[in-house]
Design a protein around this ligand. Structure first.
Ligand code: HEC
Ligand SMILES: [Cu+2]
Length: 340
């Protein structure tokens, strides 16, 4: 009887202690040894507790490496960019998720948290530096961005803080909430649209307010509402379905915490930033914005304002998808596109 009890207890103990040990042993000892590729363990904690450890990984061109992410405190999420298309989704405490990568060219990539885990969440980033073994000291220079170069050449101070909409005067509030859907019909109905407004390059580097002025010059008799709706249509017509899907996904993961899910500037982290996050749903405010400047702001961030930079996370295409999505927050979805 005594022996049996002891045996049962031992068995139980073996299961209680042995099983986790076996799992841990497998994860941390056997798995890396058996793995045909290099395994790098990255531990995630909120940024106040050091964020990712390690926060820098070196990989050689051609080397295959498995990155294993484990969360130690709260639910984090991991994606790696730019342009790798790696999104591991949420990682709960105690959970491990992994991805195996290899790189053909030297470059720098960033792994970053995609879940709002703390007020400092967006600081949670680490870099993967891919170097060429035959030239290990070569660090690939950041690719010059033609859009940002053009803005600098034009003399636009991208790092300047935005002007609060209250100081905008005339455009602070629009007479009507513009509707892209209605605008399509207005244009089809014969509104005279100047050539500039039909040119995507012109629209990218001008504000809707500037377009409105031109449009009014050509259509002095048209009601203001028709002109606003026509601009809303022109500004959102190029937005493809997949842009919206990408833009919305990236926005919800990376921006909504500050800028608000519907662009109200009222996300849970809005109170923590030095400057107020911009409200993209404020169409009067957005009528004074240029797409190329929005693009540059997203990539470069706002010095000292609390607006993070995303240039190391997203490709230029992903950044444009975000800009297009921001316009739909202000002006509504373009006609023919269903949003949820
Ligand atoms: C940690 C909070 C925070 C997060 C996260 C954040 N932003 Fe911002 N953002 C701000 C703040 C604060 C400003 C205001 C900066 C200023 O005064 O110029 C701002 C400004 C901007 C601007 C400039 C607007 C203008 O008129 O100049 C753009 C564009 C923008 N954010 C886009 C984004 C996008 C897109 C994302 C996600 C990929 C994002 N932001 C994530 C806080 C944030
Ligand atoms: Cu996080």
């Amino acid at each position: 009887m005594k022996n049996r009890e002891l045996l049962a207890l031992l068995t139980l103990g073996l299961i209680l202690i042995g099983l986790p040990l076996a799992v841990l042993g497998y994860q941390y000892w056997l798995r890396p040894v058996l793995s045909p590729t290099r395994v790098v363990d990255v531990v995630a904690r909120v940024p106040e507790q050091a964020g990712f450890a390690p926060d820098a990984i070196r990989v050689a061109v051609g080397e295959t490496v498995t990155l294993r992410f484990a969360s130690m405190d709260v639910t984090h999420g991991v994606a790696i960019g730019p342009g790798l298309g790696v999104d591991l989704g949420p990682i709960d405490p105690g959970q491990v998720k992994e991805v195996t990568l290899s790189f053909d060219h030297p470059g720098i990539y960033t792994y970053y948290c995609t879940t709002w885990c703390s007020p400092d969440h967006w600081r949670m980033r680490g870099t993967i530096q891919v170097s060429d073994p035959s030239d290990p000291d070569f660090v690939p220079a950041a690719q010059p961005d033609p859009v940002i170069e053009a803005l600098i050449a034009e003399g636009i101070d991208i790092d300047a803080a935005h002007t609060p909409s209250a100081e905008h005067g005339t455009m602070a509030t629009l007479a009507f909430q513009p509707s892209a859907r209605r605008g399509e019909a207005i244009i089809a109905g014969g509104l005279d649209v100047p050539a500039e407004l039909r040119d995507p390059a012109w629209r990218q580097s001008h504000t809707p307010a500037q377009a409105l002025e031109l449009l009014a010059g050509h259509n002095p008799a048209a009601p203001e509402r028709d002109r606003l709706d026509a601009i809303a249509y022109l500004w959102t017509q190029d937005t493809a379905d997949e842009d919206l899907v990408t833009g919305e996904r990236l926005y919800n993961q990376n921006c909504a915490a500050c800028h608000g899910q519907y662009g109200g500037g009222d996300g849970p982290a809005a109170a923590t930033t030095a400057e107020d996050p911009v409200a993209f749903s404020d169409s009067g405010y957005m009528f004074e914005r240029r797409s190329d400047v929005l693009y540059a702001k997203i990539r470069r961030g706002g010095m000292g304002t609390g607006m993070p930079n995303f240039g190391t996370l997203f490709t230029p295409e992903e950044t444009w998808a975000l800009v297009r999505y921001l316009w739909t927050l202000a002006l509504g979805a373009p006609p023919g596109i269903q949003t949820g």
